[in-house]
Design a binder for this molecule. Structure first.
Ligand code: KG4
Ligand code: ZN
Length: 350
């Protein structure tokens, strides 16, 4: 079985051809970072226009690299949500067109499910497992019970953690995207010089909140006599990163307990996915928290943690294997599409 996957939900235009043994036969990811850098964040309109400009060529080149022709595909899978609607429409319409022309099944993939399932492309990780999804658009903890079956334990009540990294970096005059810039700046910074809050820490449940932390960073910067110096930026970045680490570890510790209560399993795998999972400091903290609770952390390699199309194709493989034949061609893209049992699949009536 080989599947073409298409990802256009945010600022990466990506295509990949993956087989059912988890081999990536061809893959291209075009980052739009340069297009959004002047704005310090993703501009939805610019993102959608870039997807339109590049997706067709990217798919042709990916198919060439894979040495595959469209009729040889088992099906075409595209991210149908959640994400920026303009970009989602570009990917979904392109996938539907290929599927219609070549009489192939079309699969509408949930981007969150793709992040959650991709570690299984590399190793036989058995269900159920716990997923911490930390990216620019999402911050949630869920149990992956099986393909198409997820229980959300907690989510952010305001900003995503990656967004907090990006906004903090912008306030400090650091580069975009903010995550890697903050991580680099925090190295050698004094985390004790500034006090920052840890929203929701030690509260029951596994929800997150980051807007108060972001506001506290803004106030800290405003209290400085001048614009932040390089040393100020390093110290604030260090304080911010530790605060995020404390919050993520505290919420994840609660989620591991909830996982054990719900599944009866006292140990398990904690999959950490999304762009923020590339952060070495946070990864080390989470490993420690997990091992204290008898859990093992699984972090996919960075190229599979950040947005990519191999994970979309792989989610397609998993869905086909689980018996899903395909989605109708009048399936719509959804900007909001929560990943839990009560959320409906996107469909004609959605
Ligand atoms: O998963 P992703 O590529 O795109 C989505 O948001 O879906 O994640 C991008 C986010 C950005 O907010 C970026 O700043 C953050 O991941 N990020 C990091 C690091 N590398 C990327 N955050 C913290 N530390 C990093 N090293
Ligand atoms: Zn993502």
């Amino acid at each position: 079985m080989i599947i073409l996957g298409i990802e256009t939900s945010c600022d990466e235009t990506a295509a990949a051809v993956v087989d059912d043994e988890g081999v990536i036969r061809g893959e291209l990811v075009l980052s739009q970072i340069e297009a959004h850098r002047p704005f310090g964040g993703v501009v939805p309109e610019i993102a959608a226009r870039n997807h339109v400009a590049h997706l067709d060529r990217l798919i042709v080149e990916t198919m060439d690299e894979a040495g595959a022709t469209f009729p040889e595909l088992d099906c075409v899978a595209a991210t149908a949500g959640p994400g920026l609607i303009g970009g989602l429409l570009v990917g979904v319409m392109t996938a539907k067109a290929i599927a219609a022309v070549h009489a192939l099944p079309f699969l509408a993939i949930n981007h969150l499910e793709a992040h959650a399932l991709v570690p299984r492309m590399l190793a036989p990780i058995a269900f159920p497992y716990l997923v911490l999804l930390i990216s620019g658009g999402h911050c949630q903890l869920l149990i992956a019970n099986g393909v198409g079956s997820y229980s959300r334990l907690g989510t952010t009540i305001d900003d995503a953690v990656g967004e907090a990294f990006d906004k903090t970096a912008k306030m400090l005059g650091l580069d975009y995207p903010g995550g890697p810039a903050i991580e680099a700046a925090a190295c050698g910074g004094d985390p004790a010089r500034f006090k920052l809050p840890r929203p929701l820490i030690n509260r029951a449940g596994a929800d997150f909140s980051f807007s108060g932390l972001k506001t506290a960073v803004r106030h800290t910067i405003h209290r400085l006599p001048d614009a932040p110096t390089a040393t100020d930026a390093k110290d604030i970045a260090a304080a911010f990163q530790i605060a995020v680490g404390d919050v993520l570890c505290n919420r994840t510790a609660n989620a591991m307990q909830m996982f054990s209560e719900r599944t009866g399993k006292m140990t398990g795998n904690l999959v950490v996915a999304g762009g923020v999972a590339a952060n070495q400091y946070l990864g080390d903290r989470l490993k420690q928290t997990a091992s204290d609770a008898g859990f093992q952390v699984v972090v996919p390699p960075p190229a599979l943690c950040t947005d990519n199309a191999a994970m979309i194709a792989w989610a397609g493989i998993e869905r086909r294997r689980a018996g899903f034949s395909g989605d109708p061609l009048d399936t719509i893209a959804l900007a909001r599409w929560p990943l839990d049992p009560v959320s409906a699949r996107p469909g004609a009536k959605a």
